[in-house]
Design a protein around this ligand. Structure first.
Ligand SMILES: Nc1nc2c(ncn2[C@@H]2O[C@H](COP(=O)(O)OP(=O)(O)OP(=O)(O)O)[C@@H](O)[C@H]2O)c(=O)[nH]1
Ligand SMILES: [Mg+2]
Length: 325
């Protein structure tokens, strides 16, 4: 298999080594899927049937709320239970991975020498502007590599956290006292996506008030108030001291068990795969439009719409109809 960089990569060999938890092979595979190279397809094909074991946990919340500290403490907790852990820190603001997450890397350094913990940061914006198609693939790589839990950390700004929530089996929304989170969270709609609330920085005044606010909001309804629905747990933590982290782990396990018992895990995963297939298909159609009509065709068609010669629906139908020929 040849990648764009004139280098031959033995993907089956890489996957084999990744399954044996070789961190360099895992890193290389994630780089391959991240670079959106033709190898992405091959990696995806070879990994069929190898993923599905890991619990994917999304961690989201406002900047500085304690996501990285909580993630690091949770990794420690999971490791004492002999679990293998992957961490993907996804930066929603940057088209490039790396820089912005340096602080997170420093915070994660405790785990740098543990070969059962794999930590990686990624940009979340793909070339089409949406959530990078590489994120689900990177999750599959970590899953195939035998991770029991994969934690995806992303800053809760804009649409990104909702996107991340759609990738996770379990979504953890972090809040902290004194951050005006109650209102912010409600605004961003992240209350709706939470399976577990963590009220971090419980060493500060106001943590109990945040818990009461959450309980009050839960009492008002929403998708969780439907009969038989999962009622999001609320866990108080002082992540910087590791307090409440075993309770968080217990809440994660409880949610996973609940989902399995109610068929929710399969439902979520099917919905996720459907969204992924659709996104790939749409990207494919987009590429085909350019391939069949040439890159100038869209602007030519747009000019006709602006000139009042046709309408956008007819123009779109014409573009798509030509693809089938
Ligand atoms: N008092 C207190 N401080 C905490 C606690 N947990 C984290 N912090 C501090 O809060 C600051 C931000 O923590 P991070 O873990 O980097 O927060 P984050 O949500 O990952 O931040 P971004 O990735 O920048 O969005 C750091 O200075 C932490 O030491 C806590 O439980 N109590
Ligand atoms: Mg962080």
């Amino acid at each position: 298999v040849t990648t764009g960089v004139r280098r031959t990569v033995d993907i089956p060999d890489l996957v084999e080594r990744a399954r044996a938890a070789d961190p360099r092979a895992i890193a290389r595979l994630i780089s391959l899927v991240e670079s959106d190279s033709p190898a992405l397809r091959d990696v995806a094909r070879i990994m069929v049937g190898l993923a599905g074991h890991a619990q994917v946990v999304g961690m989201t919340g406002s900047p500085g709320v304690g996501k990285s500290t909580t993630t690091s403490a949770l990794v420690r907790e999971l490791r004492t239970n002999q679990q293998r852990v992957g961490v993907l820190a996804v930066d929603p603001s940057s088209p490039f991975s790396g820089g912005a997450l340096l602080g997170d890397r420093v915070r994660m350094q405790d785990h740098a020498t543990d070969d059962r913990v794999f930590i990686r940061s990624m940009a979340s914006r793909g070339h089409l502007g949406g959530l990078s198609s590489a994120v689900p693939q990177a999750l599959r790589v970590l899953d195939a590599a035998g991770c029991d839990v994969i934690i995806v950390e992303t800053v809760g700004v804009g649409q990104a956290e909702v996107d991340i929530a759609s990738l996770a089996d379990t979504t953890v929304v972090l809040l902290a006292p004194g951050m005006g989170d109650g209102i912010q969270a409600a605004k961003a709609g992240i209350l709706e996506v939470a399976d577990i609330f963590v009220v971090n920085k419980a060493d500060r005044d106001g943590a109990d008030q945040v818990v009461r606010d959450l309980r009050y909001m839960q009492s008002l309804g929403g998708r969780h108030s439907v009969q038989g629905a999962w009622r999001p747990s609320i866990v108080k933590t002082v992540a910087s001291r590791g307090e409440g982290i075993s309770e968080l782990r217990a809440a994660l396990e409880k949610h996973r068990e609940w989902m399995i018992r109610h068929g929710e895990l399969d439902r979520r995963r099917i919905a996720r795969a459907a969204a992924e297939i659709e996104a790939i298909a749409v990207a494919h159609v987009r590429d085909r439009i350019t391939a069949v009509h040439g890159s100038a065709a869209l602007s030519a068609s747009a000019a006709r719409v602006v000139a009042g010669e046709t309408d956008p629906y007819t123009a779109a139908s014409d573009l798509v109809a030509a693809l089938a020929k």
